[in-house]
Design a protein around this ligand. Structure first.
Ligand SMILES: [Zn+2]
Length: 278
């Protein structure tokens, strides 16, 4: 029997997987793809609950959010979730080498065929997201070089890499119904790019699994205001949650042709041409 495909995500905060690309992950996990997620921070600077009645202390928040990711990953059918402890909100300030090294080690262990990471604008300009995307690309390159730090594991070539972005019409929709988020985006140094349809590399239809995505979002108790906002937005504009979109990093960087399956180009290959997994 052919080995199952492996999909890896390299993102920044414990809710990025679920809120961002959860529908895509559920879809592939359902079909037997082994999905592994690597999260670079524990999101320990996030919301702790109502200030009058916090649900967790600041010291315990990171551990709680890592546990929420594990539960959410369980609901989505992920094979593993790994949460590192780089500083939330300050990832860009950490020595790149250190972070890249950890990602190389993880890549060589889980050996993904396809990797998803943050887009160049971090979805909506979040500096941790931008840094996660940059470090991930560097690590993917180094993981494939045989003589690069053999102590981190046997080298591994990721075959396709996609970067998660927010479609322009999605951002417009959110701006209309969530003024607070629109204002927040204005405060960030990196502005979201206009990812119009003609610039996208892949769009994954998630309509069939959106209820399960929402169920997985609810595993993130510390993100309750956020997921409530999302659910309310969806009631106002249902099409906002019909797909998750990506640009291709490699091969064939950029937009068209628009793929509807991140593994489409790999499915046609004969099993013999697939790299042997250790
Ligand atoms: Zn995030």
């Amino acid at each position: 029997m052919k080995d199952p495909f492996v999909l890896g995500t390299i993102l920044a905060h414990p809710d990025d997987e679920t809120f961002g690309v959860g529908g895509t992950l559920i879809k592939y996990a359902d079909e037997g793809v082994r999905v592994h997620s690597l999260c670079l921070t524990q999101g320990d600077q996030g919301w702790m609950g109502d200030p009058e009645r916090p649900i967790v202390t600041r010291e315990r928040l990171g551990a709680m959010r890592a546990a929420e990711l594990a539960e959410s990953g369980h609901r989505m059918g992920l094979a593993s979730t790994t949460c590192l402890t780089y500083p939330d909100g300050a990832l860009a300030g950490v020595s790149g080498d250190e972070v890249v090294r950890d990602i190389v080690r993880w890549l060589r262990r889980v050996r993904p065929d396809v990797v998803i990471t943050w887009g160049p604008d971090g979805g909506y300009g979040h500096p941790d997201h931008v840094a996660a995307g940059e470090r991930a690309l560097k690590a993917i390159e180094l993981a494939g070089i045989q003589r690069h730090e053999p102590a981190l594991g046997a080298h591994w070539h990721v075959r396709r890499c996609y970067r998660f972005v927010a479609a322009a019409d999605f951002v417009d929709g959110i701006r209309e119904i969530n003024k607070q988020f629109a204002d927040y985006m204005e405060t960030l140094a990196v502005k979201p790019e206009r990812w119009t349809r003609d610039r996208l590399g892949a769009a994954i239809d998630i309509r069939e699994v959106v209820e399960r995505k929402i169920d997985a979002m609810k595993a993130h108790a510390t993100q309750e205001p956020d997921y409530r906002e999302w659910i309310a937005s969806r009631e106002k504009i249902p099409w906002l949650f019909s797909e998750e979109v990506f640009i291709r990093e490699f091969p064939d960087a950029g937009g068209p042709p628009l793929e509807t399956d991140l593994f489409g180009a790999l499915r046609g290959m004969s099993p013999g041409s697939l790299a042997k997994r250790a």
